[in-house]
Design a protein around this ligand. Structure first.
Ligand SMILES: [Zn+2]
Ligand SMILES: [Zn+2]
Length: 269
């Protein structure tokens, strides 16, 4: 879940907690976009500035206090960036080391200038090559151990870097399974991001076939709504939890103080 500090979300975190309370949630983790100095990772409409980090901690603390009243545990995470370019993340890694986030998501936002420039520089211009590069980059990122969970893992299918219609997971099973195996080896979770059902091609992130492979490979899951507004908290959870149970998953994971926690996967409400 996000905060207005990223410039493209709305509502105070306390309002997110109220929505979570109405839904009967018992734990929520805020994961706003991490500050990055390099403007190629996006400016004030994408992420908070470094000097706003204290505001972020203050907002999440207010949410935590509100959560106590509602019986909801509130955790403070961050949505960090993935990059294959050496050195591009040095400053971000320093920031992650300097703060005790409960939970760190790893996201490859392929629509950002930094990643599109990489593709140009390497002469990667066919959709097929881009998709392979995207999953190879995620595979390396999962192996780094820097992130607790890899977010919206097939988001490459939306936001225009490739033609949406050209993403057929079956054609990239080798790359995707390599990514899933990398998650297992480093004990990094994969996020099931329910926002995909509300936008783009209206499919869960990741695609159900990738969830099936994740089950076969033994990947652990975290669950996120990626809410950018209070009304999106818990979006599609009921449908997705049913889908995960049908797929054979019995547990979900979350992180407190960077430590992996396991909870039984039960139906919503
Ligand atoms: Zn966002
Ligand atoms: Zn994201």
């Amino acid at each position: 879940m996000h905060t207005p500090l990223c410039g493209h979300a709305s509502g105070h975190p306390v309002e997110y907690v109220s929505k979570g309370s109405a839904l009967g949630l018992d734990l929520m983790t805020f994961t706003c976009h991490i500050p990055m100095s390099d403007p190629d990772f996006g400016g004030p409409r994408i992420r908070m500035a470094h000097h706003q980090l204290e505001d972020y901690f203050r907002m999440v603390e207010q949410a935590r206090v509100a959560g106590e009243e509602h019986g909801i545990e509130i955790l403070c995470g961050i949505e960090a960036e993935v990059s294959a370019d050496s050195g591009a993340l040095d400053e971000m890694i320093e920031l992650l080391n300097a703060h005790e986030f409960d939970f760190v998501l790893g996201s490859l936002h392929h629509q950002l200038k930094v990643y599109r420039d990489r593709l140009k520089r390497l002469g990667i211009n066919e959709d097929d090559q881009i998709i392979r590069d995207y999953f190879n980059t995620l595979t390396q990122a999962a192996a780094s151990g820097l992130y607790h969970s890899m977010s919206h893992p097939d988001v490459i299918r939306i936001y225009g870097t490739i033609d949406s219609a050209s993403f057929c997971p079956e054609a990239y099973e080798g790359e995707i399974r390599a990514f899933l195996q990398s998650c297992v080896r480093s004990d990094t979770c994969m996020e099931v991001n329910t926002s995909g059902l509300s936008k783009g091609v209206y499919t869960l992130h990741p695609d159900p076939i990738i969830l099936k492979w994740a089950r076969e490979e033994g990947v652990k899951l975290t669950l996120g709504s990626d809410a950018h507004a209070p009304e999106s908290v818990g979006q599609h959870f009921e449908k997705v939890l049913t889908c995960l149970q049908e797929e054979g998953f019995t547990t979900l994971h979350y992180y407190r103080s960077g430590q992996q926690q396991t909870t039984a996967l039960t139906r919503f409400n």
